[in-house]
Design a protein around this ligand. Structure first.
Ligand SMILES: Nc1ncnc2c1ncn2[C@@H]1O[C@H](COP(=O)(O)OP(=O)(O)O)[C@@H](O)[C@H]1O
Ligand SMILES: [Mg+2]
Length: 208
């Protein structure tokens, strides 16, 4: 179980706290949807959980034990909003190997199968993939580290309807054995996956 206990974040560069005593728990095999308007603090929340930034107060725990920044980094895979804009590899295979220089063919094939890209040539440049396939590639990159917590920032943004449907199905398949946290301004799309729904407003989190 992933739990946040009274997490606050008030960076020196902000005029107000971006997160205020945020508490939530998500059990293994479950999904939490954090909904909220633009500027509510959704991305900030994911970044704090992922260990990219240190909270000002509060604890982030795994199975009841507080995790430091490095532990969070190791345990969490964060897929940014529009991840395809940040691809650096010239081919799909290169993109996968960027942070994993010793990636074996077998491991590569396992993650590509997990995300449904096993039929696509790893020699293909990422920009030649469709929008949905690019999102799958970004997920595959994170799955290489076998994260127990998968954090997804606006995973359906910019995808058309049919692509969204199949991407949501994929998220459902990735759920067993993991904790999924989705930040989105369109929470209703995730209803078929029966998530626990939270609302973030001005850095304050409430169940909804
Ligand atoms: N390091 C920072 N310093 C100051 N303000 C920040 C910082 N990071 C984010 N913000 C501000 O915090 C608010 C919440 O941002 P964000 O987490 O991106 O919200 P959301 O993802 O819900 O749109 C925004 O107003 C943003 O400009
Ligand atoms: Mg955001």
């Amino acid at each position: 179980m992933l739990s946040l206990e009274q997490v606050s974040y008030y960076p020196a560069t902000a005029s107000r706290p971006l997160l205020q005593q945020v508490s939530m728990g998500v059990k293994l095999g479950h999904m939490a949807v954090v909904a909220g308007a633009s500027g509510a603090g959704k991305t900030t929340l994911l970044e704090v959980v992922a260990g990219l930034v240190r909270p000002s107060h509060g604890r982030i725990c795994w199975q009841g034990k507080p995790m430091g920044q490095r532990q969070r980094h190791r345990r969490c895979g964060l897929v940014f909003q529009f991840p395809e804009r940040h691809f650096l590899g010239l081919t799909m295979g290169q993109e996968l190997r960027l942070g994993h220089h010793r990636l074996t063919e077998e491991h590569q094939s396992t993650v590509l199968t997990q995300v449904g890209l096993n039929h696509v040539s790893p020699k293909l440049p990422p920009e030649r993939l469709s929008g949905g396939q690019q999102r799958r590639l970004a997920l595959a990159v994170q799955l290489l580290g076998n994260p127990q917590v998968l954090l997804l920032d606006e995973p359906t943004a910019g995808l058309d309807w049919s692509v969204r449907e199949s991407f949501l199905q994929l998220l459902g398949q990735l759920q067993p054995g993991r904790v999924l946290v989705v930040a989105t301004h369109e929470p209703q799309l995730f209803a078929p996956l029966q998530p626990h729904c939270w609302q973030l407003q001005n850095g304050q989190l409430k169940p909804c």
